[in-house]
Design a protein around this ligand. Structure first.
Ligand SMILES: [Zn+2]
Ligand SMILES: [Zn+2]
Length: 456
């Protein structure tokens, strides 16, 4: 009986590619009393592994919290695996707006002390005495009430790219920190104000609302199902969005666009931008916002220091990392002095820019044809090895390399080597190498970009 992953993320990505099946990204949670979390975890792993369900799931004595990717045609079967448990009968599954077949590449189910690290002593208050749950329209209505205080219970890097109009956005990097800060800040409003709270999927508010009621707040409300469910409802019912910008999510997409507004800036040049990225220097891995131009100029790095480090041979990088293991902790998530345009705490409601409408005609005009796949990347010499499986590839061709980790990268071929020697045109079956400024992964797809006038 298999209880753990046996495939690497890359092998998994390849399998998903080959299966060509549509997948759904979804999340759900439930607070419940679970006697034996380890047993529960193993049961879920067996049931979900059989359905090819992937994701990151936490189980604890207090319940379950899951972010997952499920094959679309297994959705009902997946739901059945939940209905087996009384406490998950009729559970709401938050299905993401943007779908991405590679949102998760492994099934990881962990037994934890708690499903959300809230730092609360649950025995000190009644966790079942929660706030009033609100649907999207009800939430909008209460937002209009001048007697309402709305609080974002997410972290600084989440609220920076999107939040509700007029929300208090605490400058915190985890949920645990935000509870005492908000309690302190709102001391004088316990009796007469409406405390309106929200988070990504609703789970943080489940506990926080009970905590604030225990602290003496009289009118506590929470957004049911969080921003994810709010978005679903406003789309379905045609309700105006009071949420502006992007909803940060914890899979590799890092965000779902809710409105066309961009409310944050590239942390390096200040231009309106709301795309998060992780610094390419693996020793840093800082989460920050970077525009396409800075991404290119800085090669995905957060600072010139990291850029220099990322250019060192891997062995030297590893050597450097040994010494700074402790030093790493000084990096606050999404904060560094090198980032001049990082905003947190008081955030603007005014959009800085709108997302540019995609040029649909241009998109249709550009065609691509699959010519092969990546087989290897020589990190030191920055050389990629590919196998040509279809058509041919010549010097001067524009190509697109695409894969779950690599993303979509374009470049023009300036040289090709076949069997160690240079050549003009590589043919089907050739194993070729060429210099490539970014890392490619096993099975990344190599496409030739065809201009409209050209024939394939
Ligand atoms: Zn920039
Ligand atoms: Zn960095």
């Amino acid at each position: 009986m298999q209880l753990y992953n046996t495939l690497s993320a890359e092998e998994r990505a390849q399998l998903i590619d080959e299966a060509g099946k549509e997948r759904l990204t979804l999340s759900f949670y439930a607070y419940a009393k679970i006697k034996d979390p380890k047993q529960f975890r193993d049961e879920l792993f067996i049931a979900w592994n059989a359905l090819d369900a992937l994701g990151r799931i936490y189980v604890a004595h207090e319940g379950i919290n899951a972010q997952m990717s499920v094959p679309a045609d297994q959705f009902e079967a997946f739901r059945d695996t939940l209905e087996v448990y009384d406490f998950m009968k009729g559970i709401r599954l938050n299905v993401a707006v943007d779908q991405d077949d590679y949102s998760f590449l492994k099934l990881t189910i962990k037994v934890r002390h708690k499903i959300v690290a809230d730092g609360l002593n649950d025995d000190s208050f009644d966790v079942t005495n929660k706030g009033i749950h609100l649907k999207a329209q009800e939430f909008n209505n209460l937002l209009e009430d001048p007697n309402t205080i709305v609080v974002d219970f997410r972290n600084h890097y989440e609220s920076e790219v999107g939040h509700f109009e007029g929300a208090i956005t605490p400058d915190v990097e985890n949920f645990r920190e935000s509870l005492p800060i908000i309690n302190e800040q709102l001391q004088d409003f316990k009796e007469d104000k409406n405390l309106l709270m929200y988070c990504t999927g609703g789970i943080r508010c489940e506990k926080a609302s009970a905590y604030f009621k225990h602290q003496g707040f009289k009118n506590v409300y929470q957004l049911e199902g969080g921003i994810i469910e709010y978005t679903r409802q406003i789309k379905e019912e045609g309700i105006e969005s009071k949420f502006i910008g992007k909803n940060f999510v914890f899979d590799h997409r890092l965000g779902e666009r809710i409105t066309e507004d961009i409310i944050s800036q590239c942390h390096q040049c200040g231009k309106p931008c709301d795309n998060h990225t992780n610094c390419s220097n693996d020793a840093c891995h800082l989460l920050f916002i970077q525009c396409d131009e800075c991404k290119e100029a800085m090669e995905n790095c957060c600072s010139t220091e990291c850029l220099d480090i990322s250019h060192l041979p891997l062995a030297e990088q590893l050597e450097l990392r040994k010494g700074v293991q402790v030093g790493n902790k000084v990096f606050r998530k999404g904060k560094s002095d090198a980032l001049k345009f990082k905003n947190s705490g008081d955030l603007p409601d005014k959009p800085l820019a709108k997302v540019e409408a995609k040029n649909i005609r241009q998109k249709i005009a550009i065609k691509k044809v699959l010519v092969g796949k990546a087989e290897h990347y020589y990190t030191k010499s920055k050389i990629g090895q590919f196998l040509i499986e279809n058509k041919e590839l010549s010097i001067g061709d524009k190509v697109l390399i695409s894969g779950p980790t690599t993303g979509e990268q374009e470049l023009t071929i300036t040289e090709i080597h076949v069997n160690g020697g240079p050549c003009e045109t590589a043919k089907k079956g050739d194993q070729i190498t060429f210099e490539i400024p970014f890392r490619v992964r096993l099975s990344d797809k190599l496409y030739k970009i065809i201009q409209p006038s050209e024939n394939v």
